[in-house]
Design a protein around this ligand. Structure first.
Ligand SMILES: *Cc1c(COP(=O)(O)O)cnc(C)c1O
Length: 405
């Protein structure tokens, strides 16, 4: 019994529950409610019904014929989370947690958002289920993500500006947690990635695992066998763990997560937690605790949380989900990174060859496909998760690529 409590929510040395005393009862309540819901046929049936009739699942697995021919190696399949309602995978988790909150009798949802994608996902789920939604967002992010602020407001969500710290995502998470502590009886904190204190990393992974479950069945149907390699971008780690998890027991399936290399590791302007654990990087990731969980955290030499940089707001976070750290230690998954420049080139290539404009986050995964596929045999299969569509990034993409086209 003691061992169970000690290892609760741990992935090897990572994960756990590092929160103020006042939040422990809320985490325990959430954990119990989730365990009951997970085993409850009615809850699962209701969620699956909404995923099918509202989100539009299953999302397709598309063979990227022209990209495959262009790169001249492994056969490439795209898992199309870009066509899910609201344009990204985040809705899978937002809907799952909102449904759970409703079941718990919580009428008020707080969430954090960086670029606004998780805020839009949460606002959407709350509008659908009739819940009050408050989204904390850094002032810097509000200024640079205006369309998503309007989207949230249209959905009836209250967007609360955060003016502390660097006025970006990590400060918004701090404020959302503060709100939760204060209003815990009426409020659920809808966390947007496979991060935070237990049970969030496990619960978010489970809600996103629909991606990998579908992809596994779809590739078996299309090719009669499992893929050789899975590739996905890693911000907090939810779309990647959602794709990877249902394949974990299939030992021959390799898994590769792609972080944001920003302007390059040497520049110190990046969000590559794993790639910067060794070597000469000025901004390095070391073991640390951020937002209730133990994992790799990008820090300055004196242990302050480092400012991160990526062209894609969704990958711009100083820590990484604890299960990824554990999969990496065990050698079950590998991690690499793509730079801003490589991601932009991938946006252009996928748009021209497949008629799909990917989100800048997803373009990091495509950039890795561009490097890997040509080194593999035409008998090999790659599934790459297209976590979202690029509409939200058009301004940035136009600014960066506009004068080249
Ligand atoms: C938020 C986001 C990501 C990164 O988050 P994960 O939790 O790592 O999946 C990736 N792609 C898109 C489109 C996003 O909106």
């Amino acid at each position: 019994m003691t061992i169970e409590i000690k290892s609760k929510g741990k992935f090897g040395p990572y994960g756990g529950q590092f929160v103020p005393e006042t939040l422990m009862p809320a985490l325990a309540e959430l954990e119990t409610a989730y365990e009951i819901a997970k085993a409850d046929h009615d809850f699962q049936a209701e969620l699956n019904h909404l995923l099918k009739t509202y989100v539009g699942r299953p999302t397709p697995l598309s063979f990227a014929k022209r990209l495959t021919a262009h790169l001249g190696g492994a056969k490439i399949y795209l898992k199309r989370e870009d066509v899910a309602h609201t344009g990204a995978h985040k809705i899978n988790n937002a809907l799952g947690q909102a449904l759970l909150a409703k079941r718990m009798g919580k009428q008020r949802i707080v969430a954090e958002t960086g670029a606004g994608q998780h805020g839009v996902g949460s606002g959407t789920a709350c509008a659908l289920l009739g819940l009050k939604c408050i989204v904390y967002m850094g002032e810097v992010d509000i200024a640079r993500q205006h369309p998503n602020v309007f989207r949230m407001q249209l959905l009836g969500t209250e967007v609360r500006p955060v003016s502390s710290g660097s006025r970006t995502l990590k400060d918004a998470i701090n404020e959302a947690i503060r709100d939760w502590v204060t209003n815990v009886r009426t409020t659920h904190y809808l966390l947007g990635s496979a991060l935070g204190p237990h049970p969030y990393p496990t619960m978010v992974r489970d809600f996103q695992s629909v991606i990998g479950k579908e992809a596994r069945a779809q590739i078996l149907e299309a090719e009669g066998r499992l893929p050789d390699l899975l590739i996905a971008c890693v911000g907090g780690g939810s779309n990647s763990i959602g794709l990877f998890y249902p394949f974990l027991a299939d030992e021959a399936v390799m898994m590769l997560g792609v972080e944001a290399g920003g302007s390059g590791i040497e520049s110190g302007k990046h969000a590559a937690r794993f790639a910067s654990t060794n070597g000469q990087a000025t901004i390095k990731a070391r073991l640390g605790v951020l937002h209730g969980t133990k994992s790799f955290v990008l820090q300055t030499a004196d242990g302050q949380i480092a400012e991160t940089h990526s062209i894609s707001a969704g990958l711009d976070y100083p820590s990484v989900g604890p299960e990824h750290a554990w999969l990496r230690d065990k050698g079950r998954a590998q991690y690499s990174y793509a730079t801003d420049t490589e991601a932009l080139a991938a946006v252009k290539l996928l748009s021209e060859l497949e008629g799909i404009i990917p989100a800048l986050e997803s373009a990091h995964a495509i950039a890795e496909v561009i490097k890997r596929a040509p080194t593999m045999s035409p008998n090999n299969l790659i599934i790459v998760n297209l976590s979202g569509r690029g509409d939200k990034d058009l301004d940035v993409i136009m600014q960066e690529l506009g004068n080249q086209t």
